[in-house]
Design a protein. Structure first.
Length: 354
């Protein structure tokens, strides 16, 4: 039997690709919120309301969200994956990744800091997310037939020192090399934003879990809880989540850190990120005093040999927990992350049953 392969198929507005999205609903990372979202997510949601045309400014957007006239739902419940604190509106441009049987979506990253995924309230994010992403789609879509399958690109990036999560520069450069007809201005913008390619990797990982018959079909954090959803269920199993362990970019900064957040945990569940630290010596060295002793080999113990994804039964049998590489965000929202690190999934998440 031929191995299934997924490709980046197109950049498309989410509302065009998924006509059955619930009305007046925005999509966030991780499991459902049981109460008020963190401030970083609310800041991104306010921006999404403006990008989506539901309101003309952030003040009106905040009032609409607080009044409940717009809803927030987990993106992965709708076949969408969202980075960090970002919130997606239906009109946003997304990356479509998959095959003839299944496709998944991730929002096009609008740029380097200030950026929506960090919970930035800067109006520049709205302009980029609304206008620049449309220009990028126009430039990239005609070239997509030249791209190899996504996993092949990720494997090549691994060989160049990426973990395909915390470090994505080699993969981003490869993407630009392959799409060599991209206008210089758009290419320069993408090069300045190494995380651009992460959206492709994330959507591929969501597809991979579906295509591989993995027991896990959704996983991520919302800044308050970290959770996963098993195949055949609609309910998320969750645990309270602490901030990632890691290094702050400014050791003097005392901003409060947000709990683990983002759907990018999918990448790590598929054998990259925290399960591929042996391919990213820079990360392994940076976190050497923080990582568990088996950090560079634990993926071998919990990745299913045939499926290529984390095996829940192996996790339970060995007691080895997945490592998830994550940015550290200011819980109040900010233009940029305050650090980078990793989150080790608590054992209780794999022992709670359905």
């Amino acid at each position: 039997m031929n191995r299934k392969l997924a490709h980046l198929r197109r950049l498309v507005r989410l509302s065009e690709a998924k006509a059955n999205l619930p009305e007046r609903t925005l999509l966030h990372a991780g499991p459902p919120f049981k109460g008020k979202p963190p401030r970083a997510v609310m800041a991104a949601a306010e921006q999404a309301v403006v990008v989506g045309g539901f309101a003309g400014d952030a003040v009106t957007a905040r009032a609409m969200l607080e009044a409940g006239s717009l809803l927030l739902e987990p993106a992965q419940d709708h076949g969408v994956v969202v980075p960090l604190a970002m919130v997606v509106a239906p009109s946003m441009w997304c990356l479509e990744v998959g095959d003839k049987d299944n496709v998944f979506y991730s929002p096009v990253s609008e740029g380097p800091p200030p950026a929506l995924r960090f919970g930035s309230a800067d109006p520049l994010c709205v302009t980029r997310a609304r206008d620049w992403t449309a220009e990028a789609a126009q430039a990239i879509n005609p070239q997509l037939a030249t791209l190899p399958d996504v996993e092949s690109m990720m494997r090549q990036a691994l060989r160049s020192g990426d973990d395909c999560h915390a470090i994505t520069r080699a993969g981003n450069e490869l993407f630009l090399e392959l799409l060599n007809k991209t206008p210089a201005g758009i290419a320069a913008d993408i090069r300045a934003n190494p995380g651009f390619v992460l959206g492709i990797w994330m959507a591929w990982a969501a597809w991979k879990l579906q295509a591989s018959a993995s027991e896990i079909v959704a996983i991520g954090g919302n800044g308050i809880e970290f959770g996963l959803r098993r195949r055949g269920t609609t309910r998320w199993a969750t645990v309270p989540c602490a901030p990632p362990t890691g290094i702050r970019f400014n050791s003097q900064q005392e901003a409060p850190a947000l709990g683990a957040i983002g759907d990018s945990a999918l990448v790590d569940v598929c054998g990259f990120g925290g399960q591929a630290l042996n391919h990213a010596p820079m990360l392994a060295a940076e976190w050497a005093h923080l990582l568990p002793p088996d950090a560079q080999t634990r993926g071998c113990a919990i990745i299913h040999r045939d499926r290529g994804v984390i095996d829940i039964e192996a996790v339970r049998a060995t007691g080895v927990m997945p490592i998830i590489n994550l940015a550290i965000l200011d819980e109040r929202g900010a233009a940029a992350p305050i650090g980078r690190g990793f989150y080790i999934v608590p054992p209780t998440l794999f022992g709670t049953g359905d």
